[in-house]
Design a protein around this ligand. Structure first.
Ligand code: FEO
Length: 402
């Protein structure tokens, strides 16, 4: 194995020594159709320093990449920027193998690592703004709490102008390329949007605050190197501006419609509603949840203006696929949405009210009465759904968007 996996030099002193997870398709409930990568970085300075590690099963691959540059025992320091196990899973075994002089992490990082591994490893905690000389260059640490865990911090290595940004600016994308400028922009935009929507949305305010605070330091930034996906070395403003746009969640004239169906009635209602939205001039993204994934709904909601939910009633409850996706997107705390609910039922019909209540809990502004149909919709019911679509489209058209 050691002859197969090589490090990739990404700047004068820094090598990528991570792992590409080509077959990953589920990241704690997030569908990763393009796989992912766990980026670890080796700084070869007088003090050889490893920044973050990889998911536990990729330990040997990471060690092999390191060994293609220096013997692993040459590592003096390890930095843990983020304790989530896709970056710390291989840390205990790496410490055991390398026996580094010190392992640096934030105060919250130490708490989190102890609570994960329950071992006797000793961590050296660093405070916001603290620096560490590596010889030629200096590493500076910046705490970025809740971007996206309490322990999260960024590290900046001044000799190469490289910001190790852990999950910030990351994306789930398995690729042979290590830099964003080698990858098609449409792929980057989609995967960056999906990552933000599914991981960072609840912390949008902190994202902007923390990033603006670090950027205000006017660091001589040349490369942004996240823990997932490619690094950025050209047009850093592209990704910085993208993040500001994501965090603002300014609604556009687009409705997200999701539904599921038992015997076709709620689907027929959805079809009438969608026609109404289109007739009213609204863009539409439609998610039949029997064949769609919750994380794609989250991606669509990041810049949507409306969120409309259709659910049959099953045993007095929401249809299970709808309960799943509503639980997921409620936790992500999307902002600036209007919406409504609809669906068919047989005799009790609670589900539409339950969906509407969840929308209210999400602070979605309910702008039109819900529509419920007993068993199979009549022409009159379908007209109501069509009108619901037109009403919402009219509201979207009046939005101050962009
Ligand atoms: Fe990639 Fe929050 O871990």
């Amino acid at each position: 194995m050691s002859d197969v996996f090589k490090a990739v030099k990404i700047s004068d002193h820094v090598y990528w020594v991570g792992a590409v997870d080509w077959k990953l398709r589920d990241f704690h409930g997030y569908a990763t159709e393009r796989g992912s990568s766990y980026n670890a970085f080796l700084i070869v300075d007088e003090k050889v320093t490893l920044v973050d590690t990889v998911k536990a099963p990729f330990l040997d691959e990471m060690l092999a990449r390191i060994a293609s540059v220096v013997p692993v025992e040459r590592i003096d320091y390890i930095v843990s920027n983020h304790a989530e196990m896709d970056h710390s899973g291989a840390l205990p075994a790496t410490i055991q193998r390398v026996q580094p002089e010190k392992v640096f992490t934030s105060i919250k990082g130490q708490e989190a690592l102890k609570a994960h591994f329950h071992d006797n490893n000793t961590y050296t905690t660093v405070k916001d703004g603290e620096t560490l000389s590596l010889g030629t260059g200096t590493l500076a640490f910046y705490e970025t709490r809740m971007l996206h865990w309490p322990d999260s911090m960024l590290s900046f290595y001044d000799a190469d102008g490289i910001l190790f940004s852990q999950d910030a600016f990351g994306m789930h994308l398995a690729s042979a390329e290590r830099f964003a400028d080698e990858i098609e922009t449409s792929v980057l935009t989609y995967e960056a949007t999906k990552y933000f929507a599914n991981i960072l949305t609840p912390y949008s305010n902190q994202v902007v605050r923390q990033l603006e605070r670090v950027l205000a330091l006017n660091l001589p930034l040349k490369i942004i190197a996240p823990d997932h996906g490619p690094a950025y070395r050209q047009d850093l403003n592209w990704v910085l501006e993208l993040y500001k746009t994501f965090a603002a969640q300014r609604p556009v004239n687009k409705a997200v419609v999701l539904y599921d169906t038992m015997w076709g009635s709620t689907q027929t209602m959805a079809d009438a509603l969608i026609e109404g939205l289109i007739a009213g001039g609204s863009a539409v993204e439609v998610f039949p949840m029997g064949v769609q994934h919750r994380s794609n709904v989250a991606t669509a909601l990041l810049n949507a203006g409306a969120f409309i939910v259709g659910t049959p009633t099953l045993n007095n409850m929401l249809f299970p696929t709808i309960a799943d996706v509503l639980t997921y997107v409620k936790g992500l705390r999307f902002k600036n949405l209007i919406g409504a609910a609809f669906g068919s039922y047989g005799w009790s019909g609670e589900a539409v009210k339950q969906a509407e209540q969840i929308l209210r809990d999400m602070k979605v502004e309910i702008v039109t009465d819900s529509v419920r149909t007993k068993y199979v919709p009549t022409q009159e019911n379908l007209q109501e759904c069509h009108q619901m679509g037109k009403t919402i489209a009219a509201q979207l058209a009046n939005l101050k968007t962009g």
